[in-house]
Design a protein around this ligand. Structure first.
Ligand SMILES: C[S@@+](CC[C@H](N)C(=O)[O-])C[C@H]1O[C@@H](n2cnc3c(N)ncnc32)[C@H](O)[C@@H]1O
Length: 273
């Protein structure tokens, strides 16, 4: 099995869009149309969900009509949020074919097919021309990709000079002890490559990006999970639909690793030189 098959095998599940749409429709009042916000608990696959997306997107200076790339778009939740909130035209690319099929189906059910476009492919070899995007973002993807230099060189290639790249990813922390698997992004260490902040800075600089801003969101992650635990009760219509079997164990292991400071989410905002 190749590395890519290991990644897609971890994420792929059949009929994702239908499972989510059925559950979300059942939770809404009769006759109410589904909105981007209704899908958010299930389609924003990163720490903090749509709350984190709302914090992250304004810093990217996205404007109506811009051509924007979502690298590792999953089932397209962030792409739809950005299209709906900023008026930008968003193209998503993801390695997992089942996620791209779900992204297309969910955008179609929200009437967003004209402003969101999805492609199945690798972030390391994207089917887009040089300088073809005005901006890009990537949320919780780099931890599945060993070669960060190759990832950000390919991002730099498809961005025009001056374009902004926003990254919200899980990095390695200074905590000791053995990292506990499975976590939401990997069943084991063969699919998890957490970079240190220093390695990220070097990869971004080497690929041709100036870092405009960075933020350690470790404390935010702890606080987000503490709030979720305090709410208690059954999960709302949400990520368990996307992650499926093992959801509770993977989230619990992520919280264990976070508490031991073995990992944590960071934000970078960079400009293509
Ligand atoms: C944790 S999910 C995050 C999805 C989405 N960015 C979000 O926040 O909802 C990680 C995603 O990265 C994708 N991925 C991993 N390696 C990739 C690669 N080499 N190229 C493109 N996508 C990749 C996976 O298929 C998966 O959809």
């Amino acid at each position: 099995m190749s590395d890519d098959e290991g990644i897609t095998g971890h994420y792929a599940r059949a009929g994702i869009a239908q499972t989510i749409l059925t559950a979300v429709r059942a939770s809404l009042p009769e006759g109410r149309e589904i909105s981007v916000a209704d899908l958010a608990p299930a389609d924003e696959f990163h720490i903090g969900g749509i709350e984190a997306t709302r914090r992250f997107v304004p810093g990217l200076a996205l404007k109506p009509g811009m051509r924007v790339l979502d690298i590792g778009c999953g089932i397209g939740g962030t792409a739809r949020f950005v299209a709906a909130e900023t008026g930008a035209e968003v193209t998503g690319i993801d390695l997992t074919a089942e996620f791209i099929a779900a992204a297309d189906a969910l955008s179609s059910s929200l009437g967003l097919t004209a402003r969101t476009h999805f492609h199945c492919g690798s972030a390391l070899d994207m089917p887009f021309g040089d300088a073809s995007f005005d901006g890009a973002f990537s949320l919780h993807v780099a931890m599945n990709i060993a070669d960060k230099g190759a990832l950000y060189r390919e991002a730099a290639r498809v961005l025009r000079p001056g374009a902004v790249l926003g990254i919200y990813d899980v990095l390695a922390g200074p905590g000791e002890g053995t990292f506990v698997f499975p976590v939401p992004w990997a069943a084991g260490p063969q699919a998890s490559w957490l970079a240190t902040p220093g390695e990220m800075r070097a990869a971004l600089d080497g690929a041709g990006f100036d870092i405009l801003e960075e933020e350690d969101l470790y404390a935010y992650a702890l606080e987000f999970f503490a709030r979720a635990a305090a709410r208690g009760g059954p999960p709302p219509v949400g990520l368990h639909l996307l992650i499926g079997e093992g959801f509770a164990e993977r989230i619990a292991n992520l919280r264990t690793n976070l508490a031991a400071r073995r990992c944590g989410p960071w934000k970078f905002v960079c400009r293509r030189r």
